[in-house]
Structures are given as structure tokens and as C-alpha cells.
Design a binder for this molecule. Sequence first.
Ligand SMILES: [Ca+2]
Ligand SMILES: [Ca+2]
Length: 475
Amino acid sequence: MRHTARSWVSGSRLRKGVFATATALVVAAAGTVAHAAGGPAAAPSAAAAQPGKSDRPHIILSTDMPPVNGIPGGEPGPANMKSDLDDVQTMVRFLSYADDFHVDGLIASSGTFANYANKQNILDVINGYAQVYPNLKLHDANYPTPDALRAVTKQGLDGTWGQSATNILGAGKDTEASDHIISVVDKATTPVWFVSGGGPRELGQALWKVQNTRSAADLATFVSKLRVYLIDDQDGSAAWMRDTFPGLFVITNKCYWGMANTSTFDGTWLKTYVTTGHGALGADYPLSHWNYGNPGVYEGDTPDFLYLLSGTQGLSDPSDPTLGGWGGRFQQDATNRWSCSSEGASSISRWETARNWDFAARMDWAVKPYSQANHNPVARLNGHGGDEIVHIRAAAGSTVRLHANGSSDPDGNTLSYKWYQYPTMADLAINHSTSEQAEFTVPDVPGRQIDIVLEVTDNGSPNLTSYRRIVVDVR
Ligand SMILES: [Ca+2]
Ligand SMILES: [Ca+2]
């Protein structure tokens, strides 16, 4: 994503994007217009960076994951081995997408039933990543080295999950994790996303320390660089940081269960596409979450990084939670405060087919040569490649012409197209909505915004989808 200087201080509504000139796209209802179609993208060579992606987001991912060989929480076993095993599922999926981020931190916060923080749990999955890293590099040169990931893996404080802010923040409670967060944010020149699938205590302690050791102006600068995405409130620091820092951008996701689907993406699916024959990283993926009898994809924490991934896919803009993407769609409750939209968990589950097969392709990347795996198409919308949101203004009653000309596929696959409004903000009929070119008449809703998604899907194995988004401001 591109981050403008303005987005530093905005926190909320400002979006990344390109403003297309209205005249290039909008014509009177009876008129015609010639579009400047983008030329076909050159096919990338193996080991090139993935095409169609611009700047990768900076992420610090905090997890309370148990050991790789942990025990599902509902089964008998020692407290230090038991927890939500789906957190390990999330880590495996995250590392398979490590090429799409600047991974600035992997934080072990307190977890397991023993309430321990243990960074070795993360390092063990990185060891699996290390075994498939040479092969992943065949598919995207941006995969970070295992040592680069190890270097930013940091340990938090024990005993903090579920505890009040008073008990877990303050003098004497700094850790290598909280100090690392401060160091990363201090060096940052673009926003740093702290995403947490456990208690966010380590960020809380970092904020506490900066608040208590720096000037108000320096604190404000520090806070302005952060973007926070929480899977629920899992310790008292979550509410504390929202109460204490009104300038802190915080998304709180309490509809994360939209990730789970153990009927379609069940144990058999996982064995076929992830855990067997797909290398050491996939082999670390636990089949079960809470008990052995119901295997499948749970991954309740995964929306935290999917939210950012959707920005790199062209589907959304993380600075605008109302757009919605793989990590959910959110509503604004107050300045810098976001919670699940009325769509709830379905804002996450609606993408499950594309996202799970996309993960299956990543698992192929772990073991197959470039020519034998599938790679995502490169979608272009009205000539715009990259991942920026395309913005236009259009008058009610005018016709907006949309096209995906110049979209391409690095594997030479045949592409199919789908245009639809999301989220639905106005009555709208899109003509030729499954064609490369589509159009619609702008409804009489001046002042409203019409958001349209383009899905470009290939016929490779598995089918992979890429996205673009256009936002039409109705005059
Ligand atoms: Ca968790
Ligand atoms: Ca392809």
C-alpha cells in the first residue's frame, strides 16, 4: 500500500488510492467512450516478486499460541501444553504469506492454560518454515529469511492473559517484546500495524513506558504511527489503551468466528492440501482446535493479518475499515474506534472459498517448482494495476463503464470476471457483471458512495482470485 504523509495523522477515513479522471470513465447514458486499456502485463520470471503488489505493510503479530505439539483445550493434558490449537494453524498460514509483509515482530504473549509466554513455540514453526523457505523463494523473492524472522521473535510476560491492566502494566514489567515494539515504532517511517490474536499486553506495556518516559508530543508521535487490530479483548490492556489514547487507531474484532468452517475445510481437506505432502510448514498445522473429534480450519486469530493482506490484494484499504475484506468489515463507533459491522461474522466467512484455496496454493509453493504450482492473476481495473483503490466521481444518471482489460495471469491461465457492489450502499444493477467489460447507471443517491469489487479468477489448480476495488462518489 501507499501511505501518504496525510495518512500518518488521519487514523480513520483517509484512503490510499488513485483518483481516476471522471471523464475517462463516465459517459452520458447514450454516449460512448474509448478506454485506455492497460497493455498485458509481462509474465514474471520465477523468483521475481509477485506482480501487481506495491508496498508491503509493516506488521507486528502478537500471538498466545501454544506449542506446536500442543493438546487441544478440550482434551486431557498438562496445562502448559493445552490451549486453542487453532492459534498454531494461524501461525502456519501467516508464515506462508510472510512475503506479503514487512514482518517487524512476532510476539509471544501469555497463553496456554498455564498462562505462559513462550517464544520457542513461534520459533518451532519458523523451523518448519526454514525447511520450505528455499522452495517458497522460487515463487516470490520477497519471502524473508528464517533468520530474519527469528531475529524479530520476542517474548512477553507470563501470567497476563485475562488479567486487569493494573496487574499487568507498569514499572518493572518491560520485556524484550515490549521494548522491541518501541524500537520498531521509533524507527518507522510508515504506519506499523500491531495485530493480536491474544492479549495485547506487550503493546500496552510499550505504550505505558513511552507515556511515562517521554514528552506529550513524543507520545503523540509514537501513537500516531501505530495501527492496532485486536481479536477481542483478551486482557485488560485492550480497554486501557482505548481509554488512555484517543489518538490510537484500534479495530476490535469480536466476529472472528467467521474464519471457522470444519465442514467444507475439514480434516480430509487439510490432510490433502496442507498437512501431508506439503512440507514441514504444512506438517506443523494442527488438524484440531478444541478436541480431536472435529478437525478442520478454525483459525480464529487469522483475520488479524488477513485484514492487511486484503490491502495487498487490491480488495481493500486497511486505513478504511468500512470497505471490508478478508479480515472483516467494520463500523466506526467513535474517532479511531472500530468494531464489527452489522454484517458480523459473515463479513469474514463470505471470502472463505477464495482464501482457503489461496492458502492451499501457498502450500503448493512450499514444495513444487514454479511451473507446477498456481499463482494469482494480476487484475487491472480501467487500466489501473497495483493494489490502490480507484476513486471516481460520477453524476446520478450517468453511465460508468468498467473494464478489466489488460488483466493477466503469470501462468497463462484463462481468466473469468465478476463485478459486484460491496458493501451494498445503494440499489445498483451492473450490466455484464460476469464479463471483462461491465457498466452501470449511477443511481440517484447524491452524496452516497458506491463501492464495487472486481474479482478476477484463473482456471489454474487451485483456482485463484485477485481483486480490484473502485469507489464511486455520487454527485
Ligand atoms: Ca489466540
Ligand atoms: Ca494462475
